[in-house]
Every structure is written in structure tokens, then in C-alpha cells.
Design a protein around this ligand. Structure first.
Ligand code: NAD
Ligand code: MG
Length: 341
């Protein structure tokens, strides 16, 4: 049976008297810090010196310290830095200030799963991983809702690590939506698989290949863009609200017949075999090793591939077409305002 928790399951008292430090003020950081503050938690934000986010965090009513100061003061440290920067910052600015009875929290299991961070004995190690981007973690909270989250424990020295993770999840609003108990291994591996195979990698490759196929066959690129990219949101919204069958209820029977008979030809046995290979690389650590080495080398391949993506025809066409749909640009602006930094 899956262990799912809601508001009445959380022991809110566990955060009373605890000093929490949120390290980083990016997508997740700003959302956690502000939700904790509004939930009455004693929270401070730890930022590197000269951080551009410091003024924003202070203006929002938060106390801002250096990362080392925040880690010294706090007895619960949530690390919300980019995954590839966490290990160096942890070793230099956080680990020396953690002691017996303290807790270190993560929003993704990468560094614990692949052992780039190994907290000392005596410290609780837990995860509260919202299943959504930070701006939604913040917005849904202010609207009285929440983003679902996964919680897990890698080290339970206090005997209360899971309850503490649940209390933290409650304070950021996640118990309003549902909190699922998992492990660092399951969260890390399914998260990487999801983003590589379905949500990001699989999706962008599918959209691009569909667009290229139509353009190569002589159709207008504008037509291909609307068909393969723009309309995707409408379909995804229906799936998000009502599931796959609910989406199929809303499309024409012609579309549904094409979906049912052609979809499995696109995601063929060969594609499924490749999915399994991608999962193997995640499970045996090859992906993590490759990504850590790419970072160490200064991201040459990453930057080259990103640039190639930006120069693709679908992006030029899309930019022109979105200019004529200012309501879309307005939405994008709002996301950039609240995240990053
Ligand atoms: P982000 O890139 O939006 O923000 C990171 C913050 O760290 C920024 O404030 C940045 O200025 C700061 N920073 C970057 N490098 C630093 C360094 N070397 N030293 C000190 N500060 C530094 O990151 P994010 O997307 O919020 O991700 C944070 C964590 O949350 C990650 O573990 C990620 O996997 C996890 N997570 C993210 C999302 C998401 O949707 N963004 C969802 C769930 C979990
Ligand atoms: Mg992810």
C-alpha cells in the first residue's frame, strides 16, 4: 500500500522551536522560504556573498545570511542549490556547521543517491521533493492549495526524521495536495527517468521530429508549429485534469481512432527497449557520472546542444507566432519574475 499523507497526518509541532535555513533562493528556494515564513516557521535564507537574490528575499520579509551563518544558526538545513553545485557548497559551508541532532534536507535525491554528499553520522537526512516547479509551489500555497511532494529518509538518527519531513512538507503546503512516502533511490531514479524519457527529453524530441517530418514533406512551418507544439498544451491540460480517457472524450472520434491505432506504432518496441537502456544508465550511475564529468569540464557538450536547440527552425517560427499571441508572453513573464536568481 502506498503511504500517502494529508494535513491531518502532520505533527505541526515538530517545527516549533526549530530553526530552519533555506539555502538558495531560486525556483524552489524562494517558494519554500516564503511558504515556511507564512506558515509561522522560524526561517532564514542562506545565500552566497553578493547574491543578486538577497535584496529580493529581504524585500519579501526574510532574514538573509551567508550560507555558513545560516547553517550555523539552523538545526534544519534545506539545500536548494542546483544539484551539481551542492556537494562543493555542502563540504565547504554547511557540513562544518552541522552537529548531532541537526537535520539536512534535500528536494531531490541526486547527491545522496550517487554519494557526492555523505552527511556525517548523528544527522538526520531527509527529502521533501515537490512535484512541480517553484513558482507553482508558491502560487498554489497562496491560493490555499499545494503541490504534491515526495518525502523520504536516508538517515534517521533522531527516530523522528520522517515525521519531521512530513511537518516540513505540511509547512510548504504539500499535505494539502498529498505527500507520498518514497526512498531517495526511487525518487532519484524515477525523477531522472521521467525528465529524460517523458517530460523533457521524450517530449521535445517527439515535438521536434513531428515538426521536421511535416516541414520536410512540404507543409508550412507555421502549420507544423501550431499542430505539433502549440496544441500540445490543450491536450496536456485535458490529461492533467481528467486523465487519458478524459482527454479522449474531448477530442473527435477521428483523432481518438488515430491516437489508439498510431500511437503504439510511434512508441514502438524499439523505443521501449531504448527507454529501458536509459533507465539502466540511471540505475547503474552512468548518467550521474557523465553529468558530473560534463560539469567538471565546463559544460562543453551541454552548451553546444543547448545552442543547437535554440537555433532550430521550430524556435524561430515559434518566436514569431507567439509575438502575435501576447497573452502567452504575459504568462511567461510572470514565471520569470518569480524564479531564478
Ligand atoms: P535554481 O537554479 O532555480 O536555484 C538555485 C539557487 O542557488 C539560486 O538562487 C542560485 O543563485 C543559487 N546558486 C547557484 N549556484 C550556487 C553556488 N555555487 N553557491 C551558492 N548558491 C548558488 O534551482 P532549483 O531549480 O530551485 O533547484 C533546487 C533543488 O530543488 C534541486 O535539488 C532540484 O533538483 C530541486 N527541485 C527543483 C524543482 C524545480 O522545478 N525547479 C522541482 C523539484 C525539485
Ligand atoms: Mg525533475
Amino acid at each position: 500500500m502506498p503511504k500517502l499523507y494529508y494535513e491531518h497526518d502532520a505533527d505541526k509541532g515538530l517545527l516549533e522551536g526549530r530553526k530552519v535555513a533555506v539555502i538558495g533562493y531560486g525556483s524552489q528556494g524562494h517558494a519554500h522560504a516564503l511558504n515556511l515564513l507564512d506558515s509561522g516557521v522560524d526561517v532564514r535564507v542562506g545565500l552566497r556573498e553578493g547574491s543578486a537574490s538577497a535584496a529580493k528575499a529581504r524585500a519579501a520579509g526574510l532574514r538573509v545570511l551567508t550560507i555558513a551563518e545560516a547553517a550555523t544558526e539552523a538545526d534544519l538545513v534545506m539545500i536548494l542549490l542546483p544539484d551539481t553545485d551542492q556537494a562543493a557548497v555542502y563540504d565547504r559551508d554547511i557540513a562544518p556547521h552541522l552537529g548531532e541532532g541537526d537535520a539536512v534536507f534535500f528536494a531531490h535525491g541526486f547527491n545522496i543517491r550517487y554519494e557526492t554528499i555523505t552527511p556525517a553520522p548523528g544527522i538526520d537526512v531527509a527529502m521533501v521533493a515537490p512535484k512541480g516547479p517553484g513558482h507553482l509551489v508558491r502560487r498554489t500555497y497562496t491560493e490555499g492549495g499545494g503541490v504534491p511532494a515526495l518525502i523520504a529518509v536516508a538517515a534517521d538518527e533522531s527516530g523522528k526524521a520522517m515525521a519531521l519531513a512530513l511537518a516540513y512538507a505540511d509547512a510548504i503546503g504539500a499535505t494539502r495536495a498529498g505527500v507520498l512516502e518514497t526512498t531517495f533511490t526511487e525518487e532519484t531514479e524515477t525523477d531522472l527517468f521521467g525528465e529524460q524519457v517523458v517530460l523533457c527529453g521524450g517530449l521535445t524530441a517527439l515535438v521536434t521530429a513531428g515538426f521536421e517530418t511535416l516541414v520536410a514533406a512540404g507543409y508550412q512551418p507555421e502549420s507544423a508549429y501550431f499542430e505539433c507544439l502549440h496544441e500540445l498544451k490543450l491536450i496536456v491540460d485535458l490529461m492533467y485534469e481528467q486523465g487519458i480517457s478524459g482527454m479522449r472524450f474531448s477530442i473527435s472520434t477521428t483523432a481518438e481512432y488515430g491516437d489508439l491505432t498510431r500511437g503504439p506504432r510511434i512508441i514502438s518496441e524499439g523505443v521501449r527497449a531504448e527507454m529501458r537502456k536509459v533507465l539502466d544508465e540511471i540505475q547503474d550511475g552512468r548518467f550521474a557520472k557523465e553529468w558530473i564529468e560534463e560539469n567538471a569540464a565546463g559544460l562543453p557538450r551541454f552548451n553546444e546542444l543547448r545552442k543547437k536547440g535554440q537555433e532550430h527552425q521550430i524556435e524561430q517560427i515559434g518566436a514569431q507566432l507567439r509575438e502575435m499571441m501576447p497573452f502567452i508572453t504575459a504568462g511567461r513573464q510572470r514565471i520569470e519574475d518569480v524564479s531564478g536568481g
